[in-house]
Design a protein around this ligand. Structure first.
Ligand SMILES: [Zn+2]
Length: 376
């Protein structure tokens, strides 16, 4: 397990690319921001919106949203700044919601005066597929995360709305590719190709239950002239800036509601309580989770020093929030012991070793901090 010498991101992140001198692609992509002419990109966005803006009053684009701060930023940009008439579509999960999450969801359509569709999977189906994906892949929300892409695309297409606006190109921002394209349709097609519908059918999910994850074909997208864009191509993606704008429009964080373990902020992924378990499952498999993601981004943005980042990773990255875990097991019907027995098989034996019944990273990024603590 190696770590980026600039931002502390490990190379165990799936499809991560490191240069010879030990710098991750994410850092290099971030550096490229300085050379991008963002005024030009803004003009490209205006041109794109002009191409799809309708005069008959019908929706001119679809925005898949969660209700979080990035969704607020997206709708703010497309509706307020670009003057478009978007249709918002959310694919929800039935885990218990936080108070802030419920208010933010409602606020999004309200403050920007947009129609907003909420698509919920059958709860019984959700429970079954989430258990399967947790037990087999340690990735509980695999099914619903496929639906997050397919449902808004298909709905938009069927309604004759060709433009779909996604937020962040996570492959580019998190450094598993160095290409940043104007059109994101290719990228979406790659996601669609990875959806394995047969897998679910072979595990007892009926043909009537897989509608939400059957992606549109390349042919259908072409025939309907569907165009997908990522806002992160047009505007430098920044969580602090998005938070500021979102708060101005009524977004609430978790500050007065829930202090989450294994988290160093209170405004990312805050709506669904058990969702934290999905994020945390990266830790046994890859040796890092949300805290590493966030501190490495802050280091890149110049808001945090590398030693401070390492300290936060040492303190928090391994922790799973108790309340999130309880919501997860209560919803899916596991006992705590059953939950931890399932997690047990996912600890990556190449990077972890068991010391006194606890899994410890063999080569943590904060190794030097432990050494210096030992030495006084
Ligand atoms: Zn890096």
């Amino acid at each position: 397990m190696r770590y980026c010498k600039k931002c502390a991101m490990p190379d165990t992140r799936p499809s991560s690319i490191f240069s010879e001198d030990g710098v991750c692609q994410s850092c290099r992509n971030y550096e490229k921001r300085k050379t991008i002419n963002w005024d030009e990109r803004k003009k490209e966005l205006i041109k794109m919106c002009d191409k799809y803006r309708r005069k008959d009053g019908f929706y001119d684009c679809v925005i898949p949203v969660s209700g979080g701060k990035d969704s607020h930023f997206l709708v703010y940009t497309i509706k307020e700044k670009m003057g478009m008439n978007p249709l918002l579509i959310t694919v929800g999960d039935p885990f218990t919601k936080t108070d802030a999450g419920l208010k933010n969801f409602r606020n999004l359509g309200d403050v920007f005066d947009c129609d907003h569709i909420l698509f919920n999977l059958s709860i019984d189906l959700f429970r079954r597929v989430t258990r399967i994906a947790f037990e087999e892949f340690g990735e509980p929300l695999r099914f619903v995360e496929a639906a997050i892409y397919t449902v808004p695309m298909k709905m938009g297409m069927k309604m004759g709305i060709p433009l779909v606006v996604f937020g962040e190109n996570s492959a580019y921002e998190y450094g598993s590719t160095d290409e940043q394209n104007y059109s994101a349709t290719e990228y979406i097609l790659r996601i669609f190709k990875a959806i394995n519908v047969d897998y679910w059918l072979q595990r007892g999910v009926s043909i009537k239950e897989v509608n939400a994850i059957i992606p549109p074909t390349e042919q259908e997208l072409k025939e309907n002239k569907v165009e997908v864009i990522f806002m992160s191509y047009f505007s430098p993606w920044s969580s602090t800036q998005h938070l500021e704008i979102a708060k101005r429009y009524g977004f609430r964080d978790l500050a007065h509601e829930w202090k989450r373990e294994g988290c160093i902020e209170d405004f990312e992924q805050i709506d669904s309580i058990a969702y934290m378990v999905h994020l945390w499952m990266k830790y046994p498999k890859f040796g890092f989770q949300r805290v590493s993601d966030i501190v490495s981004r802050r280091v890149r943005e110049g808001e945090l020093s590398l030693p401070e980042a390492k300290r936060l990773i040492m303190e928090c990255d391994h922790k799973l929030d108790q309340r999130a875990m309880e919501d997860f097991i209560n919803f899916l019907g596991y006992t705590p012991k059953q939950f931890w027995d399932i997690v047990e098989k996912f600890w990556n034996r190449n990077i972890f070793e068991k010391v006194d019944e606890t899994w410890k990273l063999k080569n943590p990024v904060y190794k030097d901090l432990i050494e210096s603590q030992k030495n006084g």
